[in-house]
Design a protein around this ligand. Structure first.
Ligand SMILES: Nc1nc2c(c(=O)[nH]1)N[C@H]1C(S)=C(S)[C@@H](COP(=O)(O)OP(=O)(O)OC[C@H]3O[C@@H](n4cnc5c(N)ncnc54)[C@H](O)[C@@H]3O)O[C@H]1N2
Ligand code: MOO
Length: 436
């Protein structure tokens, strides 16, 4: 099939096809400290309650609440990490935060509400100036933080710092997580040289895409296999495809060679080696985006291939919109798509009459008299060769295809790429009472 015969899909259809063709990769074992960024492949339950014993919330004295205020002998010290002692009638025990409540005590009085009296060691005495409210005062009951058998993290949870803390708490030192895909990156083109090349020859440019895509995939935690640059021959490209397979790639990202030129033969090679699901998408930039699957054989695993357009902006925009959700789904994410917010344009933007455009913007949070929301500042000229249009871009405006100009102040949906850098430093929380 020649490139122009591929049906032009919408980006939503393209996403649906890609995500419908893949499943999360198999579960592997991982140590807790290496698990950040992975997705849990099994549910994690708490084996024991937390705290496992009634624990003091304060540094102070363990008391029988019914004894009230007065002067008491300090029978012993109950320190965190020690087994609970046994408190005699009419006595109190010095206790530290996190220590188990001694048998016979039912509350804690913080040290601020007491006064040390004379005496040391077994003669030590204390005045309880302000009595405990009642049983349980300043004590964490068994299981009050986590109940025994409680679901801590369901499978599909993304492991971040808080999750690592929770997993450590419940003793989940070894985990089952979905394997992350191995991503091979390949640039194609006779004009390309490595970034180290300081003197460009006639017609040459430096390879930006392979480095950019490798960086993008590794920032998602994927292992990257660098296939280098394939020159513009069928044999050279086919040899690189073979290397991707033999080096265990789950995903191959190629850039260049998917359009209409007589050296653009990525699509034709993919047709021979696997199944091309689509070869054109109604979007700007990135129209010739191509997606194929290559089946597993007795000696190699299945591989999916994204033929990304060579223009650097087209390749990174299609990566974000289509490849990243696929990498996330393979990694076990249950909501792999980019997050969408509404944003107000700061300048007028010319629309494209033929294709919906993903206009690169920098979003920032703005408060105005009419309310608060995201303001979208264009990153300037949007031609797909101008990688500067991606610099400091944290979102893609979803501009409809239409004649004319979208006026400044229009509210448009925007897809977030990465986190919202460039946001203002958080202001203090106002001290005024909002309920007054
Ligand atoms: N007759 C037509 N020509 C083109 C069409 C079309 O529909 N009909 N589509 C255009 C669109 S849209 C795009 S996008 C590009 C995509 O082209 P390819 O994927 O075939 O990419 P190349 O032709 O190899 O390169 C395009 C451009 O990008 C530069 N490039 C390529 N690789 C890299 C790299 N690794 N790092 C930096 N820059 C790279 C290359 O030198 C070219 O300037 O096709 C249009 N043509
Ligand atoms: O779709 Mo191409 O990516 O406009 O340049």
């Amino acid at each position: 099939m020649t490139a122009n015969l591929y049906k032009m899909l919408s980006i939503a259809e393209a996403n649906q096809i890609v995500l419908g063709s893949i499943s999360p990769l198999e579960a592997v074992d991982i140590d807790l400290l290496s698990a950040t960024g992975y997705v849990l492949a099994s549910d994690i339950m708490a084996q024991e309650p937390l705290p496992p014993f009634p624990a003091s919330i304060k540094d102070g004295y363990a008391v029988r609440s019914a004894d009230g205020a007065g002067d008491f002998d300090v029978e012993f010290e109950q320190l965190a990490g020690s087994a609970p002692g046994k408190l005699s009638q009419g006595k109190v025990a010095y206790i530290t935060t996190g220590a188990p409540l001694p048998e016979g005590a039912d509350a804690v009085v913080q040290v601020e509400n007491t006064e040390a009296l004379t005496g040391t060691g077994s003669q030590r005495r204390v005045k309880i100036a302000k009595a405990a409210w009642g049983p349980g005062d300043d004590v964490r009951a068994v299981g009050s933080d986590i109940k025994a058998g409680e679901m801590i993290l369901p499978h599909g949870s993304i492991v971040g710092p808080a999750e690592v803390g929770l997993l450590a708490t419940v003793g989940a030192a070894k985990l089952k997580v979905h394997r992350k895909p191995v991503v091979a990156v390949l640039s194609t083109g006779d004009e390309l040289v490595e970034p180290q090349e300081q003197r460009l020859g006639p017609g040459q440019i430096r390879d930006a895409n392979r480095y950019m895509l490798a960086s993008a995939a590794s920032s998602s935690g994927c292992k990257v296999v660098d296939l280098g640059i394939a020159r513009d021959t069928v044999e050279a490209v086919e040899e690189k495809f073979q290397q991707a397979v033999s080096r265990g790639a789950d995903v191959l990202l190629t850039s260049g060679g998917v359009s209409m030129g007589n050296k653009d033969f990525i699509k034709a090679i993919l047709e021979r080696q696997g199944k091309v699901h689509f070869g054109r998408v109604r979007m700007k930039p990135g129209k010739p985006l191509t997606y194929a699957t290559i089946e597993a054989t007795s000696s190699s695993k299945a591989m999916i291939v994204f033929g990304l357009p060579g223009n650097p902006v087209s390749s990174i925009v299609t990566y974000n919109l289509v490849c990243l959700p696929a990498l996330r789904k393979l990694s076990g994410h249950q909501e792999p798509g980019l997050r969408r917010v509404d944003a107000k344009t700061q300048t007028a933007i010319k629309l494209d009459p033929e294709r919906p455009e993903y206009h690169r913007v920098s979003l920032s949070w703005h408060r105005e008299s009419g309310g608060a929301g995201f303001a979208a500042a264009s990153t300037g000229g949007q031609i797909s060769s101008r990688l500067l249009s991606m610099r400091s871009a944290n979102a893609l405006l979803e501009l409809p295809s239409a004649q004319g100009v979208l006026p400044a102040g229009s509210v448009v949906s925007a897809l977030l790429m990465g986190d919202l850098g460039g946001m203002p430093i958080p202001e203090d929380i106002p001290m005024t009472d909002p309920l007054q």
